[in-house]
Design a protein around this ligand. Structure first.
Ligand code: MN
Length: 193
């Protein structure tokens, strides 16, 4: 049977300072992300999802299996998009400016959408079937794949993502993440369509 494994963090534990501390990454990746992987492996045993690909479990599962599969997928996606900061360029930058007026206005609305999410969840930049960009708010582990959209960028707004560094200052945490986004990774997701 297929066993999922925790992907290694794609950079060192100090690489995202000061936006995210080493301590936050050690908890978030080594404990939370790992727990979702372990839970998923236990839950899919002897079910129809035992040998399924992760993305297919996200698309089709419900309840605890969906929650854990989506969180495994979300966290892998999340950690991959950080590291080598670079500006937004090319067609993605043009589309963002066309839709939100400016890069700063987009960032403002993205942070406001994440800040206003009640409880735990994620804020996403996603592309619909027509290629149009949207800022999407999802509760708990849900993500735009469930709506048939392509996720391009996802910020985790669960308290475990920021409480050690920012306590209750969620908006400050989300704003600080702009300093570590590798927009080349995000643009590659966009161009894949
Ligand atoms: Mn998380």
């Amino acid at each position: 049977m297929l066993q999922f494994t925790l992907p290694p963090l794609p950079y060192g534990y100090e690489a995202l300072k000061p936006s995210l501390s080493e301590e936050t990454l050690r908890y978030h990746h080594d404990k939370h992300h790992l727990a979702y992987v372990n839970n998923l492996n236990k839950l899919i045993k002897e079910t129809e999802f035992e040998d399924a690909e992760l993305i297919d479990i996200v698309r089709h599962a419900k309840g605890a299996i969906f929650n854990n599969a989506a969180q495994v997928w979300n966290h892998t996606f999340y950690f991959e998009q950080f590291g080598n900061w670079c500006p937004i360029k090319g067609r993605l930058a043009e589309e963002i400016v066309r839709k939100w007026g400016s890069i700063d206005k987009f960032k403002e609305e993205f942070v406001a959408t994440g800040t206003s999410l009640f409880g735990s969840g994620w804020v996403w930049l996603a592309q619909d079937a027509d290629g149009a960009l949207h800022i999407v708010q999802e509760p708990n582990g849900s993500n735009p794949v469930k709506r048939g959209m392509i996720p391009l960028l996802g910020f985790d707004v669960w308290e475990h993502a920021y409480y050690l560094d920012y306590s209750n200052r969620r908006a400050e945490h989300l704003s600080a993440l702009w300093n570590i986004v590798d927009w080349n990774v995000v643009a590659a997701r966009y161009m894949m369509k």
